[in-house]
Design a protein around this ligand. Structure first.
Ligand SMILES: [Zn+2]
Length: 299
């Protein structure tokens, strides 16, 4: 059967047409086509919702998919699909009934979950992650984080979104979109990397040796966040995903060298790369409470 997966970030909205043979068998999930539209967050909430619909319409116009899974930045009430908190990266999203807005347009089964949670669901069910206490960090416009405390007890509510991106890394540091200063996501994200090198594009920094200092600073901050995460949550595997991981060859070894061995040993690049949240949101939409199979009749 066919599904649509959507991944809403502060810069782009990715969408994919996904095919799966068996709903509960993650290994049968394949992306048939993917595309992306700009979020254009500066134009506000209605405009962003319109762009999300555009991202869905691309595929809905061509095929009749009754199931749409959406991963969104911010805190999401999984049961209702309402955004309970979002920074100004998605202006006006706090309080938005995103599920309702999309359902009124397209109908069918719509599920909205946090984007880092979606990426973790993707890695666990589709990507085959081995950890028993896996944590996912997604580096994009912001820094997303989700964790499963015990993979042997997957089911309703087992994937927790953690606001690690707003942990104060540098007291009195850079202004964050949440209103605080010095939050981790202003350093450990595409945004942070661009600020470190004062450039508009991450590629311009990562692929130009002139900006090695900016990459060093990014890795040093990243290592500190990882150390904090290990101490506080003790994950046995930390998966790194999001847009910045697509260029990991430019910073991965540097980061590992800056981490204590006990931290470095837990790091893994997301096996599904930047596709984890697309596949994970589709999987979650079809299987309900992250693994608890809902009665759904695939055609
Ligand atoms: Zn913040």
């Amino acid at each position: 059967m066919k599904l649509i997966g959507v991944d809403i970030g502060g810069t782009g909205i990715k969408s994919a047409l996904i095919y799966c043979k068996k709903p509960a068998d993650g290994s049968s999930y394949k992306i048939m086509h993917r595309s992306s539209v700009p979020t254009e967050a500066r134009f506000g909430r209605e405009h962003i919702v319109e762009n999300i619909c555009k991202a869905i319409e691309n595929y809905r116009a061509r095929t009749d998919c009754p199931v749409i899974g959406i991963g969104s930045a911010g805190d999401v009430d999984d049961a209702t699909g309402r955004i309970t908190y979002a920074t100004s990266a998605l202006p006006g999203f706090t309080g938005l009934d995103l599920r309702g807005a999309i359902k009124s347009r397209f109908g069918g089964r719509i599920v909205v979950i946090n984007d880092a949670s979606a990426a973790l669901v993707g890695e666990v069910y589709v990507g085959g992650c081995k950890g028993q206490r896996p944590m996912m960090l997604t580096l994009g416009t912001g820094l997303g984080c989700a964790m499963i405390e015990d993979k042997s007890k997957l089911g309703s509510g087992s994937v927790n979104n953690i606001r690690l991106g707003h942990y104060i890394l540098h007291e009195g540091g850079r202004d964050c979109r949440c209103g605080s200063k010095g939050c981790a996501e202003m350093y450990v994200s595409a945004t942070g990397l661009k600020m470190n090198g004062d450039k508009d594009k991450v590629e311009d920094i990562l692929y130009d040796p002139k900006y090695a200092y900016a990459v060093d600073a990014f890795c040093k901050d990243f290592a500190e966040v990882l150390e904090y995460a290990c101490e506080k949550y003790d994950p046995d595997e930390i998966l790194i995903g999001g847009g910045v991981v697509e260029m990991a060859e430019q910073w991965w070894d540097k980061l590992k060298n800056m981490c204590a061995p006990s931290v470095a040993d837990r790091l893994e690049k997301a096996a599904l790369g930047n596709r984890a949240a697309l596949l994970g949101s589709a999987y979650a939409a079809l299987n309900g409470d992250y693994g608890k199979q809902l009665s759904y009749n695939p055609d």
